[in-house]
Design a protein around this ligand. Structure first.
Ligand code: RP5
Length: 173
């Protein structure tokens, strides 16, 4: 059974969050826990929350408008179906917003992908792949953004890439 999302998961070390991982529903957690795990692996202070653009519009607006002042540097926003969460976040902040389209029941995530990626010019959302690969890559992308001004994170990214390559080189079929 899917582990329940801790809707208001905060950094454990007391640091304020650099990255927020938000998602439209508890049902997205099974996918988005992979973003959480990846950020944890890199030691990035982050928080995970359920915020819906449709079901909690004032919370979405409040979260986006106060994100910068709270010290966040990147927002990862996941949603499925008519997926507006990343676009709504981007409308309320100039922080980079990374959108992760959820695999939907009706259209297998194509609806989520198009709703997230097709932002009209002027309000950008960096859209990743549908589902788990998108969740992992959104976290890696957030780390890459943060690494521009944090050499220790840049080093960890190089080590991560090297380990990945080593695994491929060592693969015997
Ligand atoms: C979206 O609707 C959520 O992001 C989720 O992917 C989808 C379905 O939500 P539930 O009906 O499972 O809560 O807002």
């Amino acid at each position: 059974m899917a582990k329940k999302a801790d809707k208001n998961k905060q950094p454990e070390n007391g640091n304020s969050s650099l990255v927020a991982v938000i998602m439209g529903s508890q049902s997205d957690w099974d996918t988005m826990k992979h973003a959480d795990e990846t950020l944890t692996k890199f030691g990035v202070a982050h928080e995970c929350r359920v915020i819906s653009a449709h079901r909690s519009p004032s919370l979405a607006s409040e979260f986006g408008s106060t994100a910068e002042a709270r010290g966040l540097e990147v927002i990862i926003a996941a949603a499925g179906g008519a997926a507006h969460l990343a676009g709504v976040m981007a409308a309320h902040t100039t922080l980079p917003v990374l959108g992760v389209p959820m695999r939907s029941e009706a259209l297998n995530g194509l609806d989520s992908l198009l709703a997230t990626v097709q932002m009209p010019g002027g309000i950008p959302v960096g859209t990743l792949a549908i589902g788990k690969p998108g969740a992992v890559n959104a976290a890696l992308f957030a780390v890459a953004i943060l690494a521009n001004s944090r050499p220790e994170l840049r080093k960890k990214l190089h080590e991560f890439r090297a380990a990945q390559e080593e695994k491929i080189r060592a693969t015997k079929l």
